[in-house]
Ligand binder design. Structure first.
Ligand SMILES: [Zn+2]
Length: 280
């Protein structure tokens, strides 16, 4: 049965801005202030009894080692977002990031990868294969797309092609003006959900009717509000107004979604999907 493949990119509130990417880890932990742990229970409550894919930032697992187990115990999938949240588009950076996360990924049985900012490169796929991953969801492409890249299945975050289906599905395929001008509406992004909540719900309904299983993502801070939110990001929102849709609450959206549509993890979808992956 077609389902909405729901994912949570599980990162702290400051992952929205690039200002803290390079500061020492203990300073980022202080910025987090316990949010990443405190947000989990209320988030799991909003999701229950549906199951979602959680792509975790590994640094949060260093700080709160109970996170993966709590997520898995609630029936959700534990996947990997990156070890430290920042743009990861250089091979050497990706290699280091993957090496730093090996221990907890193995303990948590992680098989899925979501690149930070849904922005990656083709060279990531052989690396993912070596590191024991089974699949990735790290580009944007129309719902129904399932690619085989070096033995890794790529199940993209969903777009709606308004003109024609794109021919070239090579990474990176990130949220950019050219993507949108090329006629793709990236409704799987929480950015788009923050701007066009009702439209996205309507598209999800249409995609399911067509037998497709769309992939969408949300963030914890869109469902469980940090204190003084989004006030504490005032400076960043002023400099980058494009971040504002990410600070809007998506709790109502999630509730409507869970009330009206079947929802599944990406891993479960891939396990039950008998259709062989298409060649890239
Ligand atoms: Zn992220």
């Amino acid at each position: 049965m077609p389902s909405v493949l729901l994912s949570i990119d599980y990162e702290s509130w400051f992952a929205l801005t690039r200002r803290f990417d390079e500061i020492p880890a203990d300073q980022r932990r202080a910025l987090d202030g316990g949010y990443a742990l405190a947000a989990l229970d209320p988030l799991l409550e909003q999701l229950a009894p549906a199951r979602a894919s959680f792509y975790l930032v590994g640094e949060l697992v260093d700080w709160f080692p109970e996170l993966p187990e709590k997520i898995a115990a609630a029936g959700h999938e534990v996947g990997f977002h990156c070890q430290v949240h920042r743009p990861l588009t250089r091979l050497s950076d990706i290699q280091r990031d993957l090496a730093a996360s090996r221990g907890w990924r193995a303990r948590s049985g992680v098989t899925g990868f979501r690149a930070p900012m849904v922005n990656t490169i083709e060279d990531v796929y052989p690396l993912l294969k070596t590191e024991g991953f089974r699949y990735s969801s790290s580009i944007y492409a129309p719902a129904g797309t399932l690619l085989n890249k070096n033995g890794i299945r790529e199940l993209p975050v969903s777009t709606l092609p308004l003109l024609r289906r794109p021919q070239n599905l090579t990474a990176p395929r990130k949220m950019t003006l050219p993507l949108v001008l090329g006629g793709e509406f990236p409704y799987g992004s929480s950015f788009t959900i923050g701007l066009f909540e009702k439209t996205v719900l309507k598209i999800l309904e249409q995609e399911l009717k067509r037998g497709l299983s769309p992939v969408i993502f949300l963030h914890p801070y869109e469902l469980v509000r940090p204190q003084d939110w989004p006030g504490r990001l005032r400076r960043d929102l002023f400099a980058h107004p494009g971040l504002i849709p990410f600070t809007r609450s998506k709790s109502r959206f999630l509730k409507t979604l869970l009330t009206n549509f079947p929802v599944s993890t990406l891993r479960d979808y891939l396990l039950t999907n008998r259709q062989p992956p298409t060649a890239n």
